[in-house]
Ligand binder design. Structure first.
Ligand code: ADP
Length: 551
């Protein structure tokens, strides 16, 4: 099998204006970045949602650290829908350099289900990550400068840190103004956890973006009152820095179908979905929009529904749950080294993880199709076992081979998704109401979705929640931060655990984005690199300017 890059390199790409024209987007509404990438000028596009367009969410079981093929299936499903005569477009997140240079790889799909040019998309793309990093750090610099220059607002405690789009372990905790009266602790998160990233993804226009930026909490003053971006009067410059980053990017799949890729918050430490503008733009022009939310359905799908859909009015008509034989076997408690062996016992145990995610998605009233992302190492007995299991559960199931065959390997999945969408007569049901308290919302997610018996809060966390509610933010949704590889807050516990509690270690108000982040156990908001990072494999041919070794 060829590498992802070899396959993408062989793709005969169409000019991006021709790909956009397939959707009905005029070339005057494109800002070209060469021949194969463009930004879409959304100013002239009406924001109402077309009721007859169909949004489909792709999610997964709790994944292994290498991913289960959600992006791959999302792209392959859209290509398959186009093959069966549906006008379909994907809406995906932009990759972060953290995983690209680290361990997991990119976010441009794999095998014969990819978006291209994958090396550009994975490396700098159209510069959105850099703009978001700069906008975030500009706020940090300006608030610190305010304190240095006389501190008119009487700032006592700055609660706005810095970001970098890399796995910079060494910058997690830093000391600034070393050796001066203003010496204090500070630190970096990865850009995809930045509130600016979340705001960009939840904004519907430049005006909306500015309004949300105004409300970012940056500090508390000496009286303990909040200080927002608007108090510093810097929303104008920060919005200006994001003028282009807010416009969705369009590229193409290997089968020359449109793909809108925009915004990229991680789903373990942020809300995990591409931008509302990208999804709504795609829905304006395509009849089917296939979108993905990060990691498993406990994180990505829950936040897609309870944050993104709640705020935007978007309503998916079906969910595809991606599972792999290898991950289900891992949930059945076998060792990684034994994964290649056929093991129906482990599969029977591990499939309970999939069962829980199906039960959870049904709580939102979503029809479900399980996409079993087939690996060449899967045995016929294993696949047949899962097929039979799905039949017993009364859930649609499709063997999906888009990695190996492109859209052709997803025809069965596409047909089942169309059927699920067309037969769906239920109203989307969100998990909790705006008016519920922050603690009730956290408890509901932990007990209903993760399957916990209860939630532990320290007095400090409860005090912070009280402060957030007293500032008038009780009605915000919660954005859970948790390990993606387990339904619990402990990465080592697999399958479908019962009899556990979730421990909330910290909560943070994100008043600009409009949610409260609740951190379950120890979650790193700045990852580190592995001993042999992918960065060591990446090179460039100086003559042809071809990027080498990128997956
Ligand atoms: P996710 O979106 O769930 O994180 P990706 O779609 O990014 O997962 O896929 C993760 C990696 O697995 C990619 O390198 C991709 O090429 C590879 N992959 C996905 N599906 C298959 C498959 N069926 N067989 C082999 N490799 C696959």
């Amino acid at each position: 099998m060829k590498s992802d890059f070899q396959i993408s390199n062989e793709c005969e790409k169409k000019h991006i204006a021709d790909v956009a024209a397939k959707l009905g987007i005029n070339s005057e509404d494109l800002i070209l970045y060469g021949n194969h990438k463009a930004k879409i000028q959304t100013k002239n596009i009406k924001k109402d949602i077309r009721e007859d367009a169909n949004l489909v969410l792709v999610t997964s079981i709790n994944p292994t650290s290498s991913g289960e093929g959600k992006s791959t299936v999302t792209i392959g499903l859209s290509d398959a829908l186009n093959r069966i005569g549906k006008k379909s477009c994907v809406a995906l997140r932009e990759p972060s350099l953290g995983p690209v240079l680290g361990r997991k790889g990119g976010a441009a799909g794999g095998g014969y289900a990819q978006v291209v040019p994958m090396e550009d998309i994975n490396l700098h793309f159209t510069g959105d990550m850099h703009a978001i990093t700069t906008a975030h750090n500009a706020i940090a610099v300006l608030v610190n400068n305010h304190v240095f220059q006389g501190n008119e607002l009487e700032i006592d405690k700055i609660v706005f840190n810095r970001v970098m789009d890399m796995n910079a372990r060494d910058l997690r905790h830093i000391k600034i103004n070393a050796g001066t009266d203003l010496e204090r602790n500070d630190g970096f998160d990865i850009t995809v956890a930045s509130e600016i990233m979340a705001i960009l993804c939840l904004s519907e226009s430049l005006g909306d973006l500015k309004e949300k930026l105004k409300n970012i909490l940056v500090a508390y003053n000496k009286k303990g009152e909040p200080v927002y971006v608007k108090d510093l009067k810097i929303e104008g410059v920060i919005t200006s820095l994001l003028k282009d980053a807010i416009k969705p990017n369009i590229v193409q799949t290997l089968e020359n179908n449109p793909a809108i890729i925009h915004g990229g918050p991680f789903a373990n430490i942020a809300h995990g979905c591409n931008s509302i503008l990208a999804t709504k733009t795609a829905l304006k022009f395509a009849d089917y929009v296939i979108t993905e939310a990060g990691f498993g359905a406990d994180l990505g799908a829950e936040k897609f529904l309870d944050i993104k859909c709640r705020k935007s009015g978007l309503k998916p008509k079906a969910a595809v749950v991606v599972a792999t034989v290898k991950a289900l076997k891992l949930h059945g408690d076998i060792e990684e080294k034994d994964l290649k062996e056929e093991n129906l016992e482990a599969l029977a145990k591990g499939v309970q993880n999939l069962e829980k995610h199906i039960e959870n998605l049904r709580k939102f009233n979503l029809p479900i199709v399980v996409a079993l992302n087939v690996f060449v190492t899967d045995t016929e007995k294993e696949l047949a076992f899962l097929e039979e299991w799905a039949r017993e559960q009364g859930v649609e199931f499709s063997r999906t081979e888009v990695w190996e065959k492109g859209g052709l390997g997803g025809i069965d999945l596409a047909e089942k998704v169309v059927k699920a969408v067309e037969n769906n007569d239920k109203e989307l049901q969100l998990l909790y109401k705006d008016e519920e308290s922050i603690v009730d919302k956290i408890n509901t997610v932990c007990c209903e979705i993760y399957g916990a018996d209860g939630v532990n809060y320290s007095d400090e966390v409860l005090k912070e929640i009280e402060r957030i509610e007293s500032l008038g933010f009780k009605n915000l949704p919660v954005c859970m931060a948790k390990t993606p590889v387990s339904l619990t807050d402990n990465a080592k516990i697999k399958g479908r655990p019962t009899g556990f509690k979730i421990t909330i270690n910290d909560v943070k108000l994100r008043s600009g984005a409009g949610f409260v982040v609740a951190y379950a156990n120890k979650v790193l908001t700045m990852p580190g690199l592995p001993k042999n990072p992918s960065a060591l494999n990446i090179d460039i041919d100086e003559e042809t300017e071809t990027i080498l070794g990128i997956f």
